[in-house]
Design a protein around this ligand. Structure first.
Ligand SMILES: NC(=O)c1ccc[n+]([C@@H]2O[C@H](COP(=O)([O-])OP(=O)(O)OC[C@H]3O[C@@H](n4cnc5c(N)ncnc54)[C@H](O)[C@@H]3O)[C@@H](O)[C@H]2O)c1
Length: 463
């Protein structure tokens, strides 16, 4: 049930209460007490959880922000139509996964949820509204949305803007409270510029104006895809070098440090790993690739596609190293995946490299144990076809009892501080560690007795 909203300066609605919609709107509500913010979703379970202290997603600091505003000017509801009707500004942050069927399958964005939302907006609206694309969308989606929305026969004007979200899971609240930039793109018409000012006004409640970038709507849409493509490209670049380091006795950590001190290169996002995951990088690059192909830019498409190819190679290479170094068989060996989330400080496992690694090890008939402080429910879901054969154990000590190998899949801080002597004592020998995140003290593990396989560094083996 929606509360009385007429006393608020502005009424904001958000369609989609996921990893983006929930935290983003919670921060807007907390920072703008004179705006009402209503977040709606068709997923009843998700909305019910947003109304408890057991939130549907794990994100450090999120509960405090939600508690500050919930019931005051932040509301979670399944009444999508009421939220549309009552809002002046509607953020749309529904999912935009990769298309799995028809033209563009495997690359293009599946915009069915977006279009359904647009049609809902037309049906439920009875006044002019600003529609803000929060989801990541192909460049020029606003054009299609504009045409669909403004073809309504009610005489209502919808102004479509792009305000892509740059938060990173695990640090979402910090990123939202102290963003490096906020990007607001609009048409450069009178109504477009007026709507742009309204969205900028929301953010100036807590973000310095100098950090709010305004642009045309196409630049804003494209900037989000390009930001993710550049970030992922850095990971693939350093991962490609990690493969070369393993062949040449160079140490990728040393290389990464040496090149990162060059200001033109910078040190961020140069950590080698088992590969990137998450719901966005792969999908957004493939989307970029599809758009480039659509415009006949085949060289550009193939350049960006290689970032994804390199990532797939890195994950495959990791499993191959595991199998080969364990005497070319892992059949019936107990192997513990330390971490399943695609990164630390989140329970999100979408596109996590651990999914591929787990499935591949199951194909090799390993006895798998999955450990993670936050992601075990999602892991059970991701591996549901194999779930009966897999052990899920939150406690890394219990998980590693009788194990032949540990593989670090997620850079959870607590894994660095584990008592590896105790773990080693309880494992089968020879005991192996495959550090897919290069977070452990490899020399120390080797001294304890482990055979250690980092990424992009010579292995330390007792054989
Ligand atoms: N997750 C991230 O870190 C991140 C960061 C920046 C941008 N994005 C982008 O933001 C968008 C949302 O991502 P997410 O991770 O929050 O996705 P999500 O799957 O967690 O959430 C999307 C929500 O939208 C709901 N939904 C779908 N159709 C609906 C409809 N017709 N009416 C009401 N609700 C509907 C779904 O039930 C779901 O709860 C995507 O485009 C993504 O690329 C994500």
């Amino acid at each position: 049930m929606l509360l009385q909203k007429q006393d608020f300066k502005k009424r904001i609605g958000c369609i989609g209460a996921g990893y983006v919609g929930g935290p983003t709107m919670a921060v807007i509500a907390a920072q703008c007490p004179d705006y009402s913010v209503t977040v709606v979703d068709i997923n009843e379970k998700r909305i019910a959880a947003w109304n408890t202290d057991n939130l549907p997603i794990y994100e450090p600091g999120l509960l405090d922000v939600v508690k500050k505003a919930r019931g005051r000017n932040l509301f979670f509801s399944t009444d999508v139509n009421a939220a549309i009707r009552e809002s002046d500004v509607l953020f749309v942050s529904v999912n935009t996964p990769t298309k799995t069927f028809g033209e563009g399958a495997g690359k293009a964005a599946d915009l069915q949820y977006w279009e359904e939302t647009a049609r809902n907006i037309i049906k439920a609206s009875n006044s002019d509204k600003i529609i803000v694309e929060k989801s990541t969308l192909p460049v020029r989606t606003a054009d299609a949305m504009d045409r669909i929305l403004n073809a309504n026969d009610k005489g209502i004007h919808f102004e479509v803007l792009s305000n892509p979200e740059f938060l990173a899971e695990g640090t979402a609240i910090e990123d939202l409270l102290h963003p490096e930039r906020v990007l607001v793109g609009s048409r450069e018409t009178e109504t477009g510029l007026k709507a742009r000012r309204e969205i900028v006004d929301i953010y100036t409640n807590w973000v310095d104006r100098s950090k709010i970038i305004t642009s045309n709507v196409w630049s804003a849409e494209l900037s989000k895809l390009v930001a993710n493509a550049f970030l992922a490209q850095r990971i693939s670049s350093i991962n490609s070098i990690s493969a070369l380091c393993e062949k040449t006795e160079a140490d990728v950590g040393e290389v990464s440090y040496a090149i990162g001190t060059d200001k033109r290169i910078g040190s961020k996002f140069l950590n080698p790993s088992v590969g990137f995951g998450g719901s966005c990088f792969k999908k957004d690059i493939l989307n970029l690739v599809y758009i480039c192909e659509h415009y006949g830019l085949h060289e550009v498409a193939s350049y960006w596609e290689s970032v994804v190819r390199m990532n797939d190679y890195q994950i495959r290479r990791f499993v191959l190293t595991m199998v080969q170094s364990m005497f070319s068989t892992v059949s019936r060996k107990r192997i513990v995946l330390l971490g399943f989330a695609f990164k630390a400080d989140t329970g999100d496992t979408r596109e996590s490299p651990a999914i591929y690694v787990a499935k591949k090890l199951m194909d090799e008939q390993a006895r798998l144990v999955i450990s993670d402080p936050q992601a075990l429910d999602n892991a059970r879901h991701d591996l549901r076809e194999h779930a009966a054969k897999i052990e899920f154990e939150k406690d890394p000590y219990k998980a590693s009892r009788g194990a032949h190998a540990l593989a670090v899949m997620t850079e959870w801080k607590e894994y660095k501080d584990l008592d590896f002597e105790k773990i080693f004592a309880a494992m089968e020998k020879p005991a192996f560690v495959f550090d897919g995140r290069n977070i452990l003290d490899h020399r120390r593990l080797f001294e304890i007795g482990f055979n250690v396989y980092p990424i992009g560094k010579p292995p330390m083996s007792h054989f």
